[in-house]
Design a protein around this ligand. Structure first.
Ligand SMILES: *Cc1c(COP(=O)(O)O)cnc(C)c1O
Length: 356
């Protein structure tokens, strides 16, 4: 929509300076095979539906602002204390609170090919975001992130799907600790592979690991995420939350997240199915001549030497399949394809074969 200059001026200078993130396309009308936003191909655990119905009867009442029951349960799951856990309205909100609590007005370093939302959050929180280039194989050189500033990483990384090698996180975290700065690790895909920052919490008070219920727990529509860190950092996140939206995590979100983590067997089965499909799909792509990065996530990042990414994406779309592509020059020919169910992946391989 086009607005007049006068209308645009109603926005504060600050609001005008924001650079909002563009989410993956939400299809309307036609039914697409949706492999563009890394959602789970499975339903949430059966207990989630029961919990949702029971909690609906309580909606007259405000939710627990401290999320005590869910934090206790998450603490048991991860072998830490409830004071080491912060729950927010989706991991993206938790990340926004982390930027506000740990980085606002300062400098944070990250990789040039990483989760694009970090740029948006830096803008929102008046943080200077310095990026170091990833290597030619898209892996992150831990040394390139070391220095005085805080560090933000996604591990496994998005959109590359690559996890850091064992030990790399500790190296970065200890370097940050030596400079008195925070290491923030976005672990949205950690259920599918890679080494978590969680063990570092035993000895380091400057590490924050952020998780989401949107991917492995199949609850993207519900909006729940959480951070794990030293109680002093968690206290900072609560301070920001209470200054912004004190009842930020609604009753249904708390109840469904609790139900989802209480059925670990179900989640493990879903994750195992995604990992198996990921292997088959990657092999199928490689047989067609694609380069596929070794994925530790619920998506793959792939490129064909003889076909432009934009053309492949458009052609898949024409055949009813949505995948994601980013326009930065280094990765413009790469497709990020979510691992769906076997039928969806078979359909996608066939569609690609017809273009080769
Ligand atoms: C999906 C994703 C998130 C967002 O999680 P929500 O809980 O849905 O807000 C955060 N970081 C990365 C890298 C993601 O891929």
């Amino acid at each position: 929509m086009i607005f007049t200059r006068k209308q645009r001026k109603y926005l504060s200078d600050w609001a005008q300076s924001l650079e909002p993130w563009t989410p993956g396309e939400l299809p309307r009308g036609r039914r697409y095979v949706k492999l563009n936003t890394n959602e789970s191909p499975f339903s949430p655990a059966p207990g989630v539906i029961t919990a949702l119905q029971a909690e609906a009867a309580q909606l007259r009442l405000y939710p627990d602002p401290a999320c005590i029951a869910l934090r206790k349960s998450l603490a048991e799951l991860h072998g830490i204390k409830p004071e080491q856990i912060f729950v927010g309205n989706g991991a993206n909100e938790v990340l926004a609170f982390c930027f506000a609590a740990f980085f606002a007005g300062a400098t944070v370093r990250g990789a040039d090919i990483s989760y694009a939302f970090f740029h948006t959050l830096a803008r929102l929180s008046a943080t200077t975001y310095q990026t170091a280039p990833v290597l030619s194989n898209f892996s992150i050189d831990p040394g390139s992130l070391c220095g005085g500033a805080g560090v933000v990483l996604a591990n496994p990384n998005a959109p590359t799907s690559l996890a850091l090698p064992p030990g790399a996180l500790r190296h970065i975290a200890e370097n940050c600790a030596a400079h008195g700065s925070v290491l923030l690790v976005d672990e949205a895909y950690i259920n599918f592979g890679g080494e978590s920052a969680l063990p570092l919490l035993d000895t380091l008070d400057n590490v924050v690991a952020v998780r989401t219920f949107s991917k492995a727990y199949a609850l993207a529509g519900q909006r729940v995420g959480y951070a794990m860190a030293h109680p002093a950092l968690i206290e900072g996140l609560h301070k920001v939350q209470k200054s912004f939206n004190p009842h930020g995590v609604d009753r249904l979100a708390q109840a469904t997240a609790l139900a989802a983590i209480s059925d670990t067997a179900y989640t493990e089965r879903c994750v195992a199915a995604v990992r198996a499909a990921r292997l088959d799909f990657s092999n199928g792509l490689q047989e067609m001549g694609f380069s596929v990065l070794p994925s530790d996530a619920n998506f793959v990042f792939a490129r064909h030497p003889n076909h432009q990414g934009e053309a492949l994406q458009a052609s898949l779309r024409g055949q009813g399949i949505l995948v994601r592509r980013f326009s930065e020059p280094r990765i413009a020919d790469w497709l990020r394809i979510t691992i769906g169910n076997n039928e969806e992946m078979g359909k996608t391989l066939n569609a690609l074969k017809s273009m080769m």
